[in-house]
Design a protein around this ligand. Structure first.
Ligand SMILES: CC(C)(COP(=O)(O)OP(=O)(O)OC[C@H]1O[C@@H](n2cnc3c(N)ncnc32)[C@H](O)[C@@H]1OP(=O)(O)O)[C@@H](O)C(=O)NCCC(=O)NCCS
Length: 181
């Protein structure tokens, strides 16, 4: 692997195509990331069009991990939360290409997203992952704590129902005064 570079992704045909490729690949491999297999190219493109537009509005940050010119992983930090939760963020669409798994890319992306969340004055992150075929062990290694599990929450990409596991992590100290200021 060439040197890994982590960057904020901005809309361009190259970025959209690469993000859609990863999404289609991980869904086909059974990842629960809101879509069913087979995921059509136009649906993947439409999802990233809308996500990149939200990023351009500052409502989320989409990070990419590049191995040279190849996008090998991505994670989204959702910043757009209700007015009474200005201190919270969400982690979503955490994905590493199959060819690049187990090399620490997911860990580097998640830490970069957490650093950005702190810079955006967030001190609490939440996420959910499927019980079957999800990434609960990965998140637990990174210090996320299990809040609970909801049975039969979603269909897996190939059809079976799975529970979802809700996780949270405090990434900075908080107080009502700090949250409001
Ligand atoms: C979760 C995911 C992004 C991790 O990516 P990665 O680049 O392989 O992660 P890392 O290499 O940093 O892994 C760190 C450690 O977590 C472990 N790990 C990684 N993915 C895991 C998973 N899905 N379940 C359990 N453990 C996992 C690795 O084995 C590694 O352990 P090690 O340090 O003993 O070698 C990747 O497995 C993926 O894309 N999964 C499909 C999409 C998905 O389910 N995303 C989560 C939706 S919320």
């Amino acid at each position: 692997m060439a040197q890994l570079t982590i960057k904020d992704l901005e809309d361009s045909p190259q970025v959209r195509t690469a993000l859609a490729e990863i999404l289609i690949e991980v869904v086909a491999a059974g990842a629960s990331v809101h879509f069913m297999h087979p995921l059509k190219q136009e649906d993947a493109d439409a999802f990233w069009d809308s996500a990149l537009a939200a990023a351009a509005r500052g409502e989320r940050i989409i990070l990419g991990a590049w191995d040279g010119s190849l996008l090998v992983g991505t994670v989204t930090l959702q910043l757009h939360c209700p007015p009474n939760q200005p201190h919270r963020g969400e982690i979503a669409k955490m994905m590493t290409r199959l060819s690049h798994r187990g090399r620490g890319i997911g860990t580097v992306l998640l830490r970069a997203a957490e650093d950005l969340a702190v810079r955006h004055r967030r001190n609490l992150l939440v996420l959910d992952t499927a019980r079957d075929g999800g990434a609960s062990a990965f998140y637990e290694r990174q210090g996320y704590r299990l809040a609970g599990e909801i049975p039969d929450y979603a269909l897996r990409p190939h059809g079976a129902l799975t529970a979802t596991m809700i996780y949270w992590k405090r990434i900075a100290e908080t107080s009502p005064e700090k949250v409001k200021s």
